[in-house]
Design a protein around this ligand. Structure first.
Ligand code: GAL
Length: 474
């Protein structure tokens, strides 16, 4: 049964929808630079320069939000729109005005905003000073966060500091397929993740000590994780590999915040073994928290989970001589052939994994309140407004969610579908569509048209909103 105050939401991110990349004194972000740099890094050299043009067409988004009957809407702030140079000495009033309008309009429509402060788009000016690889970033992020709490916190009660530090670190600094496009395998991602945790913790402490008593909101970071299960549950090596897989994804960020203030022991041990094997002499590649760092443990008021799919896991074995995260982790993940893959190749539909993962989170992290901050399904190829496969995805996922809440007693407070709109899907450009609304990127109006999945999601929300008693899981 879903509680009557359950949050039914959908999400977006600034770079993926706003456009207006240099409008009204916005500063460039690393995604502007990455896309403008060309070189085939983004599908068909596409960019987020215009995207859904939500910077000019916000009212259209609001109509979509209202049409779905959402109780909550998750958006992100573009740091470089608010602070073009990344620091609070240089505030862009037009940026403040834009987000004030968005928030005021939402609140006026009885839709509660959840705001992400950082969703992949670092101001380029800060990248030029070392970005997330520099320890100084934590203070800069903390100032930006304080500026946002101060300016918008009277109306925003749910904050996400950083979205998916795992994805930022791994795709941006290990594999180089996301901005800033660096590939320094086996080293940079761990450092970036470390500074993200320090930055997050500083912002949480600021909220806790300065703003919480007056604003009464909640702050967390959005951690992405697939569910993982051993290829052969009877094989201890597959079981150990699955533990490593979860330690390197979910555990990397959840352990320090929810369990121990430090990285999972399995992760550090695996990294150190590989360093030794390859004769790496620069100390542990996984940094340690020092006494000068903010306390990391306890810096989340809820668990924010981005979840899309599941994996079956076994050890990987044979590698070359190269230092890299994949080698540290030493796992190979495969898809169960019974799980359909209908959109992007990484997204196998395995909704049972959500229930299992939620139970694991309950048991491992001391039963925290949980918001599912992203969950969704993509379409690739010819557009189908009657998107039956996506409908099935949402029905089966929400069914598993209902079981997690009703039968397993997981304290889930909300569910945010990804995404409200088709949008700029990072390196896949506009070739991958995750929206509940179709967006026509070929015309200037960027017409939004509801998919069948949007209509069905609206019905699910309406049904649950009207209920106060037990909810069946259909
Ligand atoms: C997440 C990301 C979103 C969206 C989604 C679908 O990693 O936070 O911005 O792109 O994946 O791929």
């Amino acid at each position: 049964m879903f509680p009557c105050d359950f949050a039914w939401g959908a999400g977006t991110a600034a770079y993926q929808i706003e456009g207006g990349w240099d409008a009204d004194s916005k500063g460039p972000s690393i995604w502007d630079t990455f896309c403008h740099g060309g070189g085939g890094r983004v599908f068909a050299e596409q960019t987020g320069d215009v995207a859904c043009n939500s910077y000019e067409l916000w009212e259209k988004d609001l109509q979509c939000i209202r049409q779905l009957g959402l109780t909550h809407y998750r958006l992100s702030f573009s740091w470089a729109r608010l602070l073009p140079g990344g620091n609070t000495q240089d505030v862009n009033p037009k940026g403040v005005q834009y987000y004030n309008k968005v928030i005021d309009d939402l609140v006026a429509c009885n839709v509660l905003p959840m705001v992400t402060l950082y969703h992949f788009d670092l101001p380029q000016a800060l990248q030029d000073q070392g970005g997330w690889q520099s320890p100084a970033i934590a203070n800069l992020f903390n100032s930006y966060a304080q500026f946002c709490f101060q300016t918008f916190g009277d109306r925003v009660k749910l904050w996400i500091t950083i979205n998916e530090p795992y994805v930022c670190a791994k795709l941006g600094y290990e594999l180089g397929i996301h901005a800033p496009g660096l590939d320094e395998p086996g080293v940079a991602a761990y450092l970036v993740g470390h500074n993200m945790l320090r930055a997050h913790a500083m912002a949480w402490h600021s909220y806790n000590s300065i703003y919480r008593s007056k604003q009464r909101g909640a702050v967390s970071l959005a951690i992405n994780s697939d569910w993982a299960e051993p290829c052969d549950p009877a094989n201890p090596e597959d079981v150990a590999a699955t533990e490593r897989y979860l330690a390197f994804t979910l555990g990397w960020f959840a352990w320090p915040v929810f369990v121990s203030g430090d990285y999972p022991q399995t992760m550090r041990a695996a990294i150190d073994v590989q360093s030794k094997r390859l004769g790496f002499s620069g100390g542990s590649r996984l940094p340690s928290f020092s006494k000068d760092d903010p306390t990391i443990l306890g810096t989340a008021d809820f668990f924010a989970l981005n979840h899309y799919t599941s994996r079956k896991v076994k050890p990987r074995g044979a590698f070359g001589q190269m230092l890299c995260m994949k080698r540290d982790q030493d796992t190979e993940d495969v898809l169960d052939p019974s799980w359909p893959v209908c959109g992007v190749s990484w997204l196998a539909v395995a909704p049972h994994g959500l229930r299992k993962l939620l139970k694991y989170i309950k048991e491992t992290f001391n039963n925290p309140p949980v918001y599912i901050t992203e969950s969704g399904f993509s379409q690739v190829g010819p557009v189908q407004i009657e998107d039956v496969e996506r409908c099935t995805f949402y029905q089966s996922t929400i069914l598993e969610l209902a079981k997690a809440v009703g039968e397993d007693g997981v304290n889930v407070r909300g569910y945010f579908a990804w995404s409200l709109l088709d949008n700029f899907e990072w390196a896949d450009g506009y070739s991958v569509r995750f929206g509940l609304f179709h967006v026509d990127f070929s015309e200037a109006e960027r017409t939004r048209t509801i998919y069948r999945s949007g209509r069905e999601y609206a019905q699910i929300i309406a049904k649950h909103k009207s209920r106060t008693g037990p909810v069946d899981s259909s």
